[in-house]
Design a protein around this ligand. Structure first.
Ligand SMILES: Cc1cc2nc3c(=O)[nH]c(=O)nc-3n(C[C@H](O)[C@H](O)[C@H](O)COP(=O)(O)O)c2cc1C
Length: 173
């Protein structure tokens, strides 16, 4: 039995949904799981395994993610750790691995932290949930990348079987 903490940064709820799903899978297998936002994360000392998850907005993970890693680097290096990233780009088969996803590669370029396990997941696209400016920007990006542009689109690209496999890998860390 391991003590996990999953720390997430989520604007519209999809990274939180992945976090809760992972927590459920880990608890089912007898592990202890705490979940917390980046802002409310408790001290990490008492946990065996630390998982961070963050979504992409306008090409970036939140700056708070990097601040958190910098503050916690010493303790992170003493734990089994993982990082997952959630984005729409990761819906594309050619960009859905840590090695091929540009945001994961940008993450690795920006931080010296090297988690034991990296993963990327497709996110959620819900135009009606965005303000007009964000909706227009994302529709434009979708038009360029041959994604859906209908303003009523609400589609989840998260591959839950992939999340299941990731849960298994976290347990094996
Ligand atoms: C304002 C905004 C900007 C976004 N920018 C990007 C982007 O640059 N690249 C991308 O792949 N996905 C982008 N997305 C998609 C999000 O990463 C995706 O919706 C994800 O599910 C959001 O996760 P969250 O709900 O946990 O924040 C953007 C979404 C929003 C709302």
């Amino acid at each position: 039995m391991s003590k996990f903490i999953i720390i997430y940064s989520s604007v519209h709820g999809q990274t939180l949904k992945v976090t809760n799903y992972l927590a459920e899978k880990l608890i089912e297998q007898g592990h202890q799981v705490t979940t917390a936002t980046l802002e409310q994360a408790p001290a990490l000392d008492e946990f065996d395994k630390v998982v961070l998850g963050a979504s992409i907005r306008h090409g970036k993970h939140t700056p708070g993610l990097y601040d958190f890693i910098t503050e916690q680097q010493t303790v992170l290096e003493q734990k089994a750790t993982s990082f997952f990233s959630v984005s729409l780009v990761a819906r594309k088969p050619a960009k859905n691995t840590a090695e091929t996803n540009p945001y994961m590669q940008a993450f690795l370029a920006k931080t010296p932290w090297r988690p034991n396990l990296l993963e990327v997941f497709g996110g959620n696209l819900n135009y009606q949930g965005y303000n007009a400016m964000d909706r227009n920007i994302i529709r434009f990006i979708m038009w360029i990348t041959k994604g859906p542009i209908d303003a009523n689109t609400n589609v989840e690209y998260t591959d839950w079987q992939k999340v299941d496999r990731y849960a298994q890998q976290l347990m094996a860390l």
